[in-house]
Design a protein around this ligand. Structure first.
Ligand SMILES: [Zn+2]
Length: 438
């Protein structure tokens, strides 16, 4: 048994607890409470830190972990896609290694659950033991009718493979599917994949309402996506019915228990209304990727206030400097009034795990749930309320516990802070000692 004392605990499903203790027994949370009386020898005082639930990165492409910086220039968007595809074709090394490196980085920066878009030769063995839980969204692409059957086969096989891996002990892997985007998946294939997700009860994610160019293609069959599809010999007259809209993709999602739209940068009023009445369809906002592409303001606050489901992702290192969900949350926190800060923590934890159909795995610090936790070293002490303290500009994740065990640390690189080694070492000793005792 291990008891961690922190200046603040943010359970998320209840108000912050000052000088609180999280007790962990056999990898499960066995108590969350204010420090009762004096510190005893079982209690490890972590000092000026906050303990929050493990962070949830609801949209990532971990396979791009080898990129040191985003692929530039960002625009035009279809040229950026061309450079991304060229990078994928030309890179040396194994997809499994890139994916594992991405998940190690995500865990080292506080994430214990990741919605990862997986492609190509990905297989369940790409998910590392001891890393974050992975909801593996198999990417599917097919605009032409003859691509439908093979893509459905790939989707079905992916679900079978992930479930087999689960039965073999890979409990941290959950199957999911991702029809890529309206410009790469026909509405017909999309409907069939939605039906598959319903039948198999797996989450589904689609990139939707991401660019103005996408809206133009759907509406009138013109613009830079028309040029790109023509270049790839994928365009056929009538392949996308005129006046198609993101709403045509949202409506079928209303029938699924868990679906996600990545980005949602250019949602119309009636689409926001639809999302407000369908909290089973979550918008994943990727703040720094959104800034990288210089999009118009994102309607995330409007979605939140309307009662829609919204959470946060990093997207890939192809459009973002790193896989740190904490850095996304901090980026957002700097742009809002303090009354939004509790919502940002919720978006980066419970709202994310709910959207992925994994609220039983992660998202809160609750008695009886697995000890997936992120320890945040609190910044300079100018703030007085716990939320402002949590999001001080120097606050940073220093340790991640997954099932009560320390996640693998990574050497600092661009985009996230140097871990606090002393605190890490103390915590590691305590975790190891506890494991020896049990
Ligand atoms: Zn994406």
């Amino acid at each position: 048994m291990m008891r961690l004392l922190a200046r603040w605990i943010f359970p998320v499903d209840q108000p912050p607890i000052e000088r609180g203790v999280v007790e962990i027994s056999d990898g499960v949370i066995s108590a969350v409470e204010p420090l009762p009386g004096q510190t005893d020898s079982n209690t490890l005082d972590l000092g000026n830190v906050a303990i929050v639930p493990g962070l949830v990165n609801a949209h990532a492409h971990l396979e791009f972990s080898n990129l040191d910086s985003p692929i530039e220039p960002a625009l035009p968007f279809t040229s950026w896609i061309g450079r991304l595809l060229a990078h994928r074709r030309e890179r040396a090394g194994s997809l499994a290694d890139y994916t594992r490196a991405g998940s190690v980085e995500a865990a080292a920066t506080g994430s214990t659950l990741v919605g990862d878009i997986v492609t190509g030769d990905w297989f369940p063995g790409c998910v590392s033991d001891g890393g974050p839980s992975i909801v593996a969204f198999r990417e599917l692409i097919g605009l032409l009718p003859d691509q439908e059957a093979p893509q459905l086969d790939i989707a079905r096989q992916h679900i079978v493979d992930c479930l087999a891996a689960q039965h073999a002990g890979h409990h941290r892997l959950l199957p999911a599917i991702s029809p890529h985007a309206p410009y790469s998946v026909s509405l017909d294939l999309f409907h069939r994949l939605v039906n598959l997700a319903a039948a198999e009860d797996v989450p589904l994610c689609i990139h939707l309402a991401e660019t103005r160019a996408e809206l133009e293609l759907l509406n009138s069959g013109t613009g830079e996506f028309f040029d790109m599809l023509t270049r790839f010999d994928l365009w056929r007259p009538g392949i996308i019915p005129k006046h198609t809209r993101p709403l045509d993709y949202l409506l079928p999602l209303g029938e699924l228990p868990h679906s996600l739209i990545a980005h949602g940068n250019y949602l119309a009023d009636d689409e926001i209304d639809f999302l407000a009445t369908h909290p089973n369809v979550t918008t994943v906002f990727c703040p720094r990727t959104h800034a990288f592409f210089d999009h118009a303001d994102h309607p995330w606050e409007r979605l939140l206030d309307a009662g829609a489901s919204i959470c946060i992702g990093t997207d890939g290192r192809s459009s973002n400097p790193d896989y740190s969900l904490w850095s996304e949350m901090q980026f957002l926190a700097r742009q809002v009034t303090p009354d939004r800060l509790s919502q940002i923590l919720e978006m980066g934890t419970l709202r994310g795990s709910r959207s992925l159909g994994a609220a039983d795995i992660s998202g809160t610090i609750t008695l009886g749930t697995r000890a997936d936790l992120c320890i945040i070293s609190l910044g300079a002490e100018s703030a007085t309320d716990p939320w402002s303290m949590l999001f001080e500009k120097d606050s940073r994740p220093v340790a991640t516990l997954i099932g009560g065990k320390m996640a693998t640390a990574v050497e600092p690189s661009s985009g996230f802070h140097h871990p606090d080694r002393e605190l890490q070492a103390t915590l590691r000793r305590s975790v190891e000692q506890t494991s020896e005792e049990t």
